[in-house]
Design a protein around this ligand. Structure first.
Ligand code: ZN
Length: 110
């Protein structure tokens, strides 16, 4: 049995850049998508090089599976409307939040 269906594999390859190669994770992708419902997906992600501690919604990008395009995340909400040809409304299905690194001691609060 394949770990990913063909549509999930294709979407994962489009939305996940290869991790920077090192001894531990050579060639691994940073994100694998497992389809929970049989419907087109929009994947929101923050570029790996962007600080997760300070990123605002404007730094996140959205990939529309139907149009195979990326566009900026307008703001955080429960729905996203694709500005591409499909004009599809996507509703939030799943989210993964990552721990924010603690600020360095003595750093000013913002
Ligand atoms: Zn679209």
């Amino acid at each position: 049995m394949k770990p990913l269906s063909e549509p999930d594999y294709q979407l994962s390859m489009r939305t996940s850049p290869r991790a920077r190669a090192d001894e531990r994770n050579q060639g691994l992708r940073s994100l694998l998508v497992h389809r929970l419902r049989d419907a087109a997906k929009a994947v929101v992600r923050l570029p790996n090089r962007t600080s997760i501690a300070t990123a605002h919604s404007g730094r996140y990008t959205v990939h529309c599976e139907t149009d195979n395009i990326w566009f900026g995340l307008p703001d955080w909400g429960e729905e996203i409307e694709c500005p591409g040809e499909c004009g599809q409304i996507f509703a939030l299905e799943f989210a993964v939040f990552s721990a924010v690194p603690a600020p360095a001691a003595g750093a000013a609060e913002g």
